[in-house]
Structure formats: C-alpha cells, structure tokens
Design a protein around this ligand. Structure first.
Ligand code: KIV
Ligand code: NA
Length: 277
C-alpha cells in the first residue's frame, strides 16, 4: 500500500473523497487497520475504556498512551497515524503540550497528535503545529470533559451551542489544525460546520455530511459492549467469535480432544526405546 501522508489527506478533502479513520490500540488491531486499506489510524484514549477497562478515558497516562502508540506503529504502516493526548497532559499550558506532543512522535512513533478543545486550545494547537507536528482537534462531545458536560451526551443541540461549536472549529482551523473531529452533534450542524471549514471534518455521531468518519474499533467489531453509543455500528461480532473459540478450547481440554497427535512432537523410535531401557 502507498503511504498515506498529510498531503493525501488534503487531496482527499479537496476532491471530496471521504476519509476513513479507525482506532487501534495494539499491534494486531493496528495491523488489521492497515490490511483493511483504511486511510488513517487513531490511537484514541478511548483505549482507557475499551482496552484497559476504566469507566472514563481520564485515567490513562502519557506513558501508557505512548506504550500503545508504539505497538500500533509496529503493525500500522501505510495509514496516517495519530496519537491522542490524554487528559491532564496538555491543558495547563502550551509549553507542556508541546513537550508531550514531541514525546508522542519521538517515542510513540505517531505522525500527528489529537487533542480535545476549541477556542481555549487554539494557542496550544498553534504551538504544536509550529514545531512540525500536525494536530487533529476534537470538538462537540469531548469525552475527557464528560464530568463538566454531565456525561457522554449529544452536543450543539441549541442554536447557541451550535454557534459556539462553529466558532471552536473555526478557531482550531485558524490555529493550524489539519482536521477536526466532530463528536455527537446533530447531522445538520456537522454538515454546516464542514461547509464553513477549509480543513476536513472527521465525524463520529455527526452524520453523513462530514469529510470523513471515525469509529472505535472495539465498538465496530463487537469487542466492547459495556457501553454502546447510539452512533456506533457493529460491522462484526468478534467478541462472540472469541467466546465461541475459547469455549471450544476449554471443552477440548476437559475431554482430552486437545491436543491431538498433529499438535504434538514426534520422537525417533530408537531413541524412545533407549530412553525406556
Ligand atoms: O479516543 C478515541 O477513540 C477518540 C475518537 C472516538 C475520535 O477520540
Ligand atoms: Na479520544
């Protein structure tokens, strides 16, 4: 596969070709994103919930995220690779944010970083972009701020909030973000915001008018069912396939159907005879 670069993304946006993005959190999930031909891959901090079992995305640390980024990068070669800056690592000041972004690129082997926020993060987006790291912004439902939003819920439902969303998206574009994620906003609003921007929008729960779409891989493949957002779509039921396979293994161990002859190593007859003599 040819490498997807930021220029590929810009060309797709210009030609109105939808951009596909999928999350990954380890070597195999990254490898499958690459093999499936998906354009861009996000090591999302949603891995805190779907891979590490936390209740929110907030507990995951920079070191943990970098550990996952490294693993994804070993398998995911052609897609443009983006790492998600975790809660608490970039909000305090742009200086710290630049340092964390540099670590994601140097140690995590990602090509770009994502951060949540609009206007209030514009200076940070600018600073990270200035040192040569492309930034994907994220507005609308920003899961890291779920406490102040009152949970994981749809955003921009009022005209006032929708206007604020547009201003946030324009602010991060102005600051140099190469694209912006719109999460959990009504389709009409997301479509309008997309039309007003020159950078691509990547929607999740934002309807069909965005420049691209992203889903969390564990949701899309049926590997996480503790919390299923309305906007997700399950394309496969890998969780059930895993349980079926594991059950069969368990039964075969109990019945001694496994391991069979073909799963065992042979030994030369003469050596065996010598061993027992
Ligand atoms: O963490 C994540 O997976 C994300 C995407 C859903 C955009 O932020
Ligand atoms: Na995220």
């Amino acid at each position: 596969r040819p490498k997807v670069t930021i220029r590929t993304i810009r060309r797709m946006a210009k030609q109105k070709e939808p951009i596909s993005m999928m999350t990954a959190q380890d070597y195999p999930s990254g490898l499958m994103v690459d093999r499936a031909g998906i354009d861009t891959c996000l090591v999302g901090d949603s891995l805190a919930m779907v891979t590490l079992g936390h209740d929110t995305t907030n507990p995951v640390t920079v070191d943990e995220m970098i550990h996952h980024c490294k693993a994804v990068a070993r398998g995911c070669k052609a897609p443009f690779l983006i790492g998600d800056l975790p809660f608490g690592s970039y909000e305090s000041n742009p200086e710290d944010a630049v340092k964390v972004a540099l670590r994601f690129v140097k140690e995590g082997n990602v090509e770009a970083v994502k951060l949540e926020g609009g206007k209030e993060m514009a200076e940070t987006v600018r600073r990270i972009t200035t040192v040569g790291i492309p930034v994907l912004a994220h507005v609308g439902l920003t899961p890291q701020r779920q406490a102040s939003l009152g949970g994981f819920r749809v955003q921009a439902k009022t005209a006032k909030q929708a206007r604020a969303l547009l201003e946030d998206a324009l602010a991060v574009q102005e600051a140099g973000a190469f694209a912006v994620v719109l999460e959990a906003v009504p389709e009409e609003i997301a479509s309008y915001v997309t039309q007003q921007l020159t950078i691509p929008t990547i929607g999740i729960g934002a309807g069909n008018g965005c420049s691209g779409q992203v889903l969390v891989q564990n949701d899309a493949l049926g590997m996480f069912d503790r919390f299923v957002p309305k906007f997700t779509k399950q394309y496969a039921n890998i969780g059930q396939i895993m349980v079926d396979g594991l059950k069969k293994y368990h039964e075969e161990v109990k019945s001694r159907a496994f391991p069979a002859k073909e799963n065992t190593y042979p030994i030369n007859e003469a050596e065996l005879a010598r061993f027992f003599e």
